[in-house]
Design a protein around this ligand. Structure first.
Ligand SMILES: Cc1ncc(C[n+]2csc(CCOP(=O)(O)OP(=O)(O)O)c2C)c(N)n1
Ligand SMILES: [Mg+2]
Length: 473
């Protein structure tokens, strides 16, 4: 950096530092370990100065993706918890905890919803204790998956709609009543359902629905307060109740319906077939990153998480374009902390397009990522190649192509091979199994598997008529 950028020390004999070095040193002092960005003049020197101090600099292809990556690192490492002095632990009011516990004791159809806030709060041990001690059913939100393993017997993810619809008392652990949870409103919920809301963030309390009890505090600490209540006067929800029977039956029938779809032999494959094969080979400790519409929604129901903070997806705002940045962050953390750990990044073909050039970043740093592009030639759905060609006969593509369509049979795997990674184009379950096996076995290179599915493949029928019911006649 040029001389005029040198910070003047009060003592001329002191070594002078450049502005870039001052910034780098202050980042180091704050314990920053990773930096994501794109440099250009005049910020190149800052990245160089940080690297000199041992901070990892990951150069991305788009600032948006860099921001997504940086935001994910704090979540994955919990560094925001380590970096400052430990914050005081905020507990809920004792009287409110007492009311919440008695509400739960009197519930006929209780449900716990475990949100991303519980993952952030590292509340996995206490929430699991509550679930097991009181024998309560629980449902994770998309990024709450893994706080308690998805294959835990009390997880009612496979009966999600039914559980939400019929529960009479719901405890929200760091989960927002947003669109993902249907705003907490009928007809997806009972009109008189009572919410017990546990959250560290006061302004989240009462959003969309006024809770029967609000427990403002650290989720881990508040869960322990609840546990104390159930230690004082022991209680468990009867495992042979009608509610458990309803939930178990629904889980069984939903699981059977998904298995049936997954076992369909017709080609092109459907979503369920794809995800069942992926699940079969999914390493237990891998990070799962996902974005897309059907790709993300169906993938979430089939792909299991066993560990907290190991799933990242488009989240609250459903923002497309986050996937590759998140995957890069997870891979950088994995490489440092747990060599051998993989990141499986499951992308819809549209979602992949938003930050697709970050594949170059992945190859440049040789990150342990397996990218799966679930390719239906479009956004929610597309056209097969013959229909697409026929359509073009009737006019210019800008006037006749449905807005949801992307170019059929796009070879996204070439984006990976362009930079030296491995690319696979798969159309059958056998090709998918083989390419996955090879990708997971090969620790030397990242890979991308472009999985062709039925362009009109939709999700399994939803038996709720709430969409049509809500429309005025
Ligand atoms: C930044 C942003 N732009 C646009 C959208 C609208 N959107 C929602 S899902 C989606 C893509 C879905 O298609 P794909 O990723 O191919 O998944 P599919 O449903 O086809 O499996 C888009 C563009 C969004 N959510 N975020
Ligand atoms: Mg698609």
């Amino acid at each position: 950096m040029s001389g005029n950028n040198l910070a003047e020390g009060s003592n001329p004999s002191e070594a002078q530092m450049s502005g870039a070095e001052v910034i780098a040193q202050s980042l180091k002092t704050q314990d920053v370990n990773y930096m994501f960005g794109i440099v250009g003049i005049p910020v190149t020197e800052i990245a160089l100065a940080t690297q000199k101090l041992g901070i990892r600099y990951v150069g991305m292809r788009n600032e948006q993706a860099a921001c997504y990556a940086a935001s994910a690192v704090g979540y994955l490492t919990g560094r925001y918890m380590e970096c400052c002095l430990p914050p005081p632990i905020c507990m809920a009011e004792t009287s409110a905890v007492y009311v919440a516990a008695s509400l739960l004791r009197n519930a006929k159809q209780p449900l716990l919803i475990i949100g991303k806030g519980a993952a952030y709060a590292h509340a996995e041990h206490s929430i699991r204790k509550l679930v097991e001690q009181c024998k309560l059913p629980f449902l994770p939100t998309p990024m709450g998956k893994g706080v308690i393993p998805d294959n835990h017997p009390n997880c009612v993810g496979a009966a999600r709609s039914r559980a939400l619809q019929l529960a009479d008392v719901i405890v929200l652990f760091g989960a927002r009543l947003n669109w993902i949870l249907h705003f907490g409103l009928p007809p997806r919920y009972q009109p008189d359902v009572k919410f017990i809301q546990v959250d560290i963030c006061a302004e989240e309390l009462g959003n969309n629905v006024r809770p029967a009890v609000a427990l403002l505090g650290d989720i881990n600490a508040v869960t322990q307060q609840l546990l104390e209540q159930f230690d004082k006067i022991p209680w468990q929800y009867p495992p042979e109740s009608k509610w458990w029977k309803i939930l178990r039956e629904k889980m069984k029938s939903n699981e059977a319906a998904s298995k049936e779809l997954a076992s369909q032999k017709s080609l092109p494959m459907n979503y369920y077939t794809v995800f069942y094969h992926v699940q079969e080979q999914l390493p237990r400790d891998c990070f799962v990153v996902s974005e897309g519409a059907n790709t993300m929604d169906i993938g979430r129901t089939v792909l299991q998480n066993c560990l907290p903070r190991h799933r990242l997806d488009a989240g609250t705002f459903g923002t497309m374009g986050v996937g590759l940045g998140f995957a890069i962050a997870a891979a950088v953390v994995a490489k440092d902390r747990n060599p051998g750990q993989r990141v499986i990044c499951v992308e819809g073909d549209s979602a992949f397009g938003f930050s697709g050039m970050e594949v170059e970043t992945i190859c440049r740093y040789n990150l342990p990522i397996v990218l799966l592009v679930v390719n239906n030639n479009g956004i929610y759905q597309g056209l097969d190649i013959d229909t697409w060609k026929d359509m073009l006969k009737s006019g210019d593509a800008t006037t006749v192509a449905p807005p949801v369509c992307l170019l059929p049979h796009s070879h996204y795997e070439h984006v990976m091979t362009a930079f030296g990674g491995k690319g696979y184009f798969v159309q059958t379950p056998e090709e998918l199994q083989k390419s996955l096996r090879q990708s997971l076995a090969d620790m030397t290179k990242p890979s991308l598997i472009n999985i062709m599915i039925e362009p009109q493949a939709m999700r399994k029928a939803q038996f709720l008529s709430w969409l049509s019911d809500n429309k005025p006649n």
